[in-house]
Design a protein around this ligand. Structure first.
Ligand SMILES: Cc1cc2nc3c(=O)[nH]c(=O)nc-3n(C[C@H](O)[C@H](O)[C@H](O)COP(=O)(O)OP(=O)(O)OC[C@H]3O[C@@H](n4cnc5c(N)ncnc54)[C@H](O)[C@@H]3O)c2cc1C
Length: 566
């Protein structure tokens, strides 16, 4: 409709109606590279279906609604009974339904399961990041539950189900699918979970079975509290009545609804008022001493048990940030391709090309690293001949990527937002939501310093891990002199242990960049690999994005990242 005062011109069309997967060459090439040939066609078809859904106007609208109408806590029903429920906008349930239906919680028993799920999570998270939290925890709970085969036999089929069935009206075993959460962080300690004070006491008396406990204490952060089941850390103490004489921090399974259909005690005190991630409910919860729990793994081995879950959610933090960066770059390059200023398209202006190319490089480097980690997860859990090598590689590559890829999301989101000018600062563009979301993946599942320290620990404890890293990056040796020099400098850094803890961030950052550089040199188009090595490894770069050497093929790099909309 023409306005009565002017005609609207030079505003880009919305970026909808396209296949988010197919329009991303860095992702499609990575999937082709890592997937087994016999599954390639099926996986591509599956991801394209999800990509078309993610790129639809309808799904984008669900993302907007789920964030504009955040969840609401209802502690009591109208009669004053405690219910501890959270109401979500219907759009949240649609997002969850589509994610679960697409198999994003089903990776552990399917061939190439991690690869196809990671690519799917990458694609679908571009619609909306908040619901990625329960999707991720549901997927990640499985390897921890497998420590207790009887528990896994009951819960794994529900968590891996492709049916989303929300609500606490029935026990999970009567449902077609279940969602999982986790409770580790307490007020007095999050990174250092050994400080947990929640206490677990074994159930005794008639009918009590081995491994059953009650919990008393609290969790300061507990996201997605409407999930069916939680993995929770609590202390077994000698005083409370030890299980077989053992004590210490232990992992427990806490269902919200007990097998007889009654509610387990799970008091939701408050929902957090958060910077971003607003569609997702993150709560404070209390267990009052009657909360029923089932032990998972051995007493005193809580961290070792839940770390299986945490490794998988850390990969999802990397994937989530890479996905967020991809969406930000897609929006920025789409805008620049349709907006003119000073007599020409922004996308054709040399300085804008430099910005877009620099953002695209960061995004592509994050994508190839994410997918390489996913293939390592498949190999490490697959038990093939390279399983141990890949497991060792992950020991360094996962904390390095969790540290670096998640750290890059915020500066990238801020710069991509600026490519849209004033429109980027306005909520309707979706860019503010990306920016607000961007710091989170660096905080939860082990913040930046914790990742850096974890990597140092791995270096000190297992020389095989460093060896696996050197074998992996060594595949690219000789292909680019700046990469070779960076590898050499890295070895010098690693050989000097003086002040290593205070130097850990520099070291981890460099390891992540060398790994990214080695992957790009092996697999990316020459223009992309050349620009990455010149800037990130060779140091020919400024402090802000848009400072690549002007002699590079900036147009080719920027064009590659622009999504084609039919
Ligand atoms: C939106 C949101 C949702 C969340 N959902 C959940 C959930 O569902 N379940 C759950 O269990 N937790 C959840 N968390 C909690 C999250 O995992 C923790 O906040 C995080 O692990 C950090 O713990 P902390 O907040 O206690 O910070 P601290 O442990 O106090 O750390 C503060 C800072 O100190 C740094 N630091 C810690 N130790 C060292 C050291 N030795 N040397 C140098 N620096 C160090 C950390 O890197 C961090 O930057 C959520 C958090 C957020 C923001």
């Amino acid at each position: 409709m023409p306005a009565s005062t002017h005609t609207v011109t030079n505003q880009p069309p919305p970026l909808v109606g396209y296949d988010i997967f197919a329009a991303d060459p860095a992702l499609t090439e990575a999937v082709d590279r890592h997937v087994s040939p016999e599954h390639s066609e099926a996986v591509r078809a599956e991801l394209s279906e999800l990509g078309l859904g993610a790129g639809s106007a309808e799904a984008q609208e669900w993302g907007r609604q789920a964030n504009e109408v955040p969840p609401v806590l209802r502690t009591h029903d109208r009669y004053g009974n405690r219910i501890d429920e959270v109401d979500f906008h219907p759009a949240w349930h649609r997002l969850m339904d589509r994610a679960v239906g697409a198999g994003l919680t089903d990776a552990w028993s399917r061939p190439d399961g991690q690869l196809r799920r990671t690519a799917g999570f990458f694609v679908w998270s571009q619609v909306e990041a908040g619901h990625g939290c329960p999707v991720s925890m549901t997927h990640a709970a499985v390897p921890a539950l497998r420590r207790e085969p009887e528990v896994a036999a009951e819960w794994e089929p529900l968590l891996a189900s492709h049916v989303y069935e929300p609500g606490l009206e029935r026990p999970a075993r009567a449902k077609a699918g279940a969602i999982a959460g986790m409770g580790m962080t307490e007020k007095q300690g999050g990174s250092d979970v050994r400080a947990n004070t929640t206490v677990a006491v074994p159930l005794t008396g008639e009918g009590a079975r081995s491994g059953e406990y009650t919990l008393r204490g609290h969790k300061w952060f507990c996201s997605a509290p409407m999930s069916d089941v939680f993995l929770v850390l609590a202390q077994v103490t000698g005083e409370g009545g030890a299980d077989g004489g053992e004590e210490g921090l232990t992992c427990f399974l806490v269902p919200r609804v007990l097998p007889d259909g009654s509610r387990n005690t799970f008091r939701i005190q408050r929902l957090k008022d958060k910077l971003g991630n607003r569609s997702n409910a993150s709560s404070e919860v209390e267990f009052d001493g009657t909360t029923w729990a089932r032990r998972v793994g051995e007493v005193g081995r809580g961290v070792a048990t839940i770390i299986e879950m945490v490794a998988a959610t850390r990969l999802d933090c990397v994937t989530g940030s890479a996905s967020l960066m991809r969406q930000a770059v897609a929006q920025a390059s789409h805008h620049a391709a349709h907006r003119s200023a000073f007599g020409g398209l922004l996308a054709d202006k040399p300085l804008m090309q430099n910005v877009l190319a620099d953002l695209a490089l960061e995004s592509e480097a994050a994508t190839v690293l994410t997918m390489r980690l996913a293939s390592a997860f498949d190999a490490a859990h697959g038990g093939g001949e390279n399983a141990e090598q890949e497991r060792q590689l992950l020991r360094l590559a996962l904390p390095a990527a969790k540290y670096w890829v998640t750290k890059r999301a915020t500066p990238l989101a801020g710069e991509a937002l600026e490519c849209l000018g004033g429109n980027g600062y306005v909520e309707e563009s979706g860019m503010p939501r990306l920016l607000r979301e961007s710091p989170l993946n660096s905080i939860w599942e082990g913040s930046g310093n914790v990742q850096a320290l974890d990597l140092l620990r791995a270096l000190q404890r297992s020389p095989e891990a460093l060896n696996a890293f050197l074998v992996e990056t060594g595949h690219a040796r000789g292909a680019d002199h700046r990469l070779d020099a960076a590898m050499k400098d890295l070895l010098t850094e690693l050989s000097d242990l003086e002040g290593i803890e205070a130097r850990a961030r520099r070291l981890v950052e460099r390891m992540a960049q060398v790994l990214q550089g080695s992957l790009l040199v092996r697999y990316a188009p020459a223009a992309v690999a050349d620009a990455f090595c010149a800037s990130r490894l060779g140091g020919d770069w400024g402090a802000a994005f848009g400072t690549l050497p002007h002699t590079l093929d900036l147009a080719a790099i920027a064009d590659r990242a622009r999504p084609e909309v039919p």
